[in-house]
Each structure stands twice: as structure tokens, then as C-alpha cells.
Design a protein around this ligand. Structure first.
Ligand code: SIN
Length: 512
């Protein structure tokens, strides 16, 4: 097997991975591996923005309070404090690297999203904030000759030796390569593609969480999946996020009878927490026997709407929807997983030499429900912290050869994938109960063997990871017999006993 040694290995090239790479670049050679092209990540698709305290009318204390409130009692307070305190510095640094956030005159333009009590969301090119962040971070990373990238390189597993992480086995050009490193940082993003309705890009298949748990890392809070209330629901169109900032700027929700309904569900109406809005939409859909509701911007100034949401406008126009004149059909979709690889404030996992940052990680910042637009900020703050901490690694990677070369194959990959995604959406989605979760568990157990086999194609490896992570989500959701944050059980509507405990998973994933 071919092999290579680097100082620092980063898996994933979204905001967290690139920010970590920039931190490490002056101190050694950094290899960023990514399963697709480097810009293909959830970061690239983030529309709404990035939350940070950048005005005199706001304070880090208020941002902290809003984040804790959204997290519904399950945030780690020190992680939130670190996020909100270090956030503004990370933003200023991005601006100094060339980030062009939208401005009103000389001042940064700040918008509002659900559960924020101040206008504190920065955005770029209207609704293309993630794309701007990715542009700036990629260009900054490129300015260091020590940073190299391996695109289209799929990480199969971590190299674990005596309980330490010594790098990863990667599939590149149909060959497995062992990449040995003093420190390995997982920044692989989330797992939205486990659900048939999602705002996430194709790459979000939970790979980082699956390879970490196979290596013995602890996962935490995996039952907490956030569903975004408004993704485009139009048969001919791909699933597409309609940013919450549209509601922040005054868009309202109507059921198919043309009636506004959010006032009946929450005092903050359209700007209620996401889980409340998503459940309200489901309830209206059931009442009206429909599979969508509408987002309405027709009362807003047309010029403002077009300038503020140019990407959403042009995408909807492709499907003959004029967002200034037409009602936009929307329904909820899986958006973000609050759980992930448990880390401390420096991105360290329970495995020496293995760090995690961004959506793949669980720093405890988001608790049971993420405050909108805190995730890009988390990627920046904790990507930088993981990079800094990785500099102190004491790992001396050994060129071990423990790779299992025996390979299996799956004949009905696409059928299983489709069935898994549908099961997760229908049985483990916005509203869950013991019966639906048990049905999901039974289905997943049919594919248990796949999680133990070794494969040599991206599609098969992705499916193996999707089954693994789905199973952990289902089992965690079964264990949490109560409703907290984004986890809602129709058979346990109160918080349940011991609700403040976090559910953790390690290697022993299948309980049967
Ligand atoms: C959005 O623009 O609605 C998404 C922002 C986020 O999820 O933080």
C-alpha cells in the first residue's frame, strides 16, 4: 500500500477545516483531504449568515443568553462563552483577509433570525454568505505553500495504534493510501443526507462521525437533529434552502388556504425557534391535507427582496417562481445535527491525536437546538482552536500496517440508500415516538452486516457510514424519553427524567 507522512492531516474543507489549516500552516506541512472538490461543503451553501456581536447595540452576554436559550438547557456554558467572546475577533480577521460582508453605508449590515434578540447576523452578497467565507478561506489557505489539498480523496478509516490516532486510510484514484500524521483533525461536516428531505449538499453523509466511532471516539447528543422550516417544495426543483433571514426581513408563512398561522403557535410567530416553526408547519399540513405551506414575501419591497436574496431569487426563477410576486411552496427538511464527536474546548476528542471541529464535532455549543447562524461562527472559532491545540501534539506516527484488505461489495446500494433516507425522514424526523423509532431500528438492523464490512468505492463506504450514523441517531432518540430542543417525542411531550444528561456512544454501536 502506498503511504505518505505529513505533519497535520485535515479531513474536510469547509469553514472549520480551512480555518484549522490556516492556523497550522506556518508550523508544518498540512494536507487537507476532501471527498469532493474543495469548495463542496455545507459552508459553500450557507445562505443566511454568521452571527457575531459587531454593533454597539449588542453584547456578548446577550448573544450568550440567546444561544443558551435556543439550546434548551443542554449547552455547555463554557463552550458558548468561548464562541461568543472569540467570534468578533475571528470575523475581524476574516475581513482583514478580504471577506466582503454586506454593508449599509460604512457599517456592517446586520439582520435578524429566529430566537436572536438583536440584529447580529452578518451576510455577504445578500444570501451567499457561506460562498464568500469559503472563497476567502480557500484563498488564504492557498497563500501558504505548506498547505496541500487532495480533492476526491475519501477517508475510509482512521489509523489507530495503541489508542492513538496516527492518520487515516484514504481512497484516492481507486487506491488505498495510508496518510500518517502527528495530528488528525476531522472537519467533515454533518449528516443531513441521512434524511430524504434535507437542505444539505450530497457530501453530508455523516462520514466523520462514523469513522470516529469505529475508531473508538465518543459521540454525544446524536438525537438532536435540527429541521429547517423552509426548504423549497416544488416537484421539478431540487431541494433548496429558503433562508430564515427571509422571515427575519418580514416574510410570513401561510397555509394552503392562504391563512397566516404562526401567531397561533408562538408569541414570536414566524421568528419562533426552528423546531416550533417546523412542527407548526407539519400541523398545518396535516390540518389542510397538504404536503407544503407557503412563504410569502409579496408585501415586501420588490427591489429590496431582489437585492437582499439574489441567489434565492435566481434559483426560484429557474422554476418559474418569482419570489416577489408568487407564493413559494415550502416544507421542513433536515438541516443540522447538534451532536457529533465529543470534544473539549480545544477540539480534542477522547483519542489522543484526534481532533474535531465544525458540524462533525459536539463542543456543546448548540445543546439541544442550534441558534441560527451560530454554525459558521463555530467553524471559525473552534477550527482555529483545534488547529492551535494540534500544534502541541506529542504523537510520533508509526508506519503500522493494520489495514484489512478483504473487500466486500453491495449489489443494491441505491435501493438501500433510498430506503434508509425515507425511513429516517418518516420514522426519525420532526415528530418521533417509540413505535416509529422501533420501526426505524428494525429496518436498520437489516443492514447491520454492511457496517462491519470493508469496501473500496465511495458509494459503498458512504452507505456503510450512513447506516452507522442513522443507527446511533435512532438509538439515542429511543433512549431520550422526553422532548427537549429539536428532539420531539409525541409519546413523551414533557422533558422526561434525567433530561439534563447527555447520551454518549462509543464503539459498541449495534445493541442487538
Ligand atoms: C438560513 O439561512 O436559514 C440558515 C442559517 C442557519 O442555519 O444558521
Amino acid at each position: 500500500m502506498d503511504s505518505e507522512s505529513v505533519d497535520f492531516l485535515i479531513i474536510g474543507s469547509g469553514v472549520a477545516g480551512l480555518r484549522a489549516a490556516i492556523e497550522l500552516a506556518p508550523f508544518g506541512d498540512v494536507l487537507v483531504v476532501t471527498k469532493d472538490k474543495p469548495s463542496e461543503s455545507s459552508t459553500e451553501y450557507a445562505q443566511g449568515g454568521i452571527a457575531a456581536v459587531m454593533s454597539d447595540e449588542d453584547t456578548v452576554g446577550i448573544h450568550q443568553e440567546d444561544t443558551l436559550k435556543a439550546g434548551d438547557g443542554l449547552c455547555r456554558e463554557d463552550a458558548v462563552k468561548t464562541l461568543v467572546e472569540e467570534g468578533p475577533e475571528r470575523i475581524m480577521e476574516l475581513i482583514s483577509w478580504g471577506a466582503e460582508f454586506d454593508r449599509e453605508g460604512l457599517k456592517l449590515a446586520l439582520t435578524l433570525e429566529a430566537a436572536h434578540s438583536k440584529r447580529r447576523i452578518l451576510h455577504a452578497h445578500g444570501d451567499s454568505t457561506g460562498k464568500e467565507l469559503e472563497r476567502v478561506l480557500l484563498s488564504k489557505a492557498r497563500s501558504f505553500p505548506s498547505v496541500r489539498k487532495y480533492p476526491f480523496a475519501y477517508t475510509i478509516d482512521l489509523i489507530i495504534n495503541n489508542g492513538e490516532c496516527h492518520g487515516a486510510y484514504v481512497l484516492r484514484d481507486n487506491k488505498v493510501i495510508a496518510l500518517f500524521a502527528k495530528a488528525t483533525i476531522l472537519a467533515t461536516g454533518g449528516a443531513g443526507r441521512l434524511f430524504s428531505r434535507t437542505t444539505n449538499p450530497f457530501v453530508a453523509t455523516g462520514d466523520g462521525m462514523a469513522i470516529a466511532v469505529r475508531a473508538g471516539a465518543e459521540l454525544e447528543d446524536m438525537e438532536f437533529v435540527q429541521f429547517h422550516p423552509t426548504s423549497l417544495y416544488y416537484p421539478a426543483a431540487p431541494q433548496f434552502l429558503l433562508s430564515e433571514s427571509m422571515r427575519g426581513e418580514g416574510a410570513v408563512l401561510l397555509n394552503i388556504k392562504g391563512q397566516r398561522f404562526m401567531d397561533d403557535y408562538h408569541a414570536k410567530a414566524e421568528l419562533a425557534p426552528r423546531d416550533v416553526v417546523s412542527r407548526a408547519i407539519i400541523s398545518e399540513m396535516v390540518k389542510t391535507a397538504s404536503n407544503h405551506v407557503y412563504l410569502d414575501l409579496r408585501h415586501l419591497d420588490k427591489k429590496f427582496v431582489k437585492n437582499r436574496f439574489p441567489k434565492i431569487n435566481s434559483t426560484c426563477l429557474q422554476y418559474d417562481i418569482d419570489i416577489t410576486e408568487d407564493l413559494i411552496p415550502v416544507s421542513p427538511a433536515a438541516h443540522y445535527i447538534m451532536g457529533g464527536v465529543r470534544t473539549n474546548l480545544d477540539g480534542e476528542s477522547n483519542i489522543r491525536g484526534l481532533y474535531a471541529a465544525g458540524e462533525v464535532a459536539c463542543t456543546g455549543v448548540h445543546g439541544a437546538n442550534r441558534l441560527a447562524s451560530n454554525s459558521l461562527l463555530e467553524g471559525l472559532v473552534y477550527g482555529a482552536r483545534a488547529g492551535k491545540a494540534a500544534l502541541n501534539t506529542k504523537i510520533k506516527p508509526e508506519r503500522i500496517s493494520g489495514y484489512n484488505e478483504e473487500v466486500s461489495s453491495i449489489s443494491d446500494i441505491y435501493e438501500i440508500r433510498r430506503s434508509l433516507r425515507r425511513t429516517m425522514w418518516e420514522k426519525t424526523g420532526i415528530i418521533r415516538c417509540a413505535k416509529s423509532l422501533k420501526q426505524a431500528e428494525t429496518k436498520l438492523l437489516l443492514w447491520k452486516e454492511i457496517t462491519k464490512q470493508n469496501f473500496i468505492t465511495r458509494n459503498e463506504l458512504e452507505l456503510k457510514n450512513m447506516i452507522t450514523v442513522s443507527f446511533i441517531i435512532v438509538e439515542s432518540a429511543l433512549l431520550r424519553k422526553g422532548s427537549v430542543g429539536a428532539h420531539y417525542r409525541s409519546d413523551h411531550k414533557d422533558r422526561g427524567a434525567n433530561w439534563q444528561e447527555h447520551i454518549k456512544w462509543d464503539k459498541a454501536i449495534f445493541r442487538s
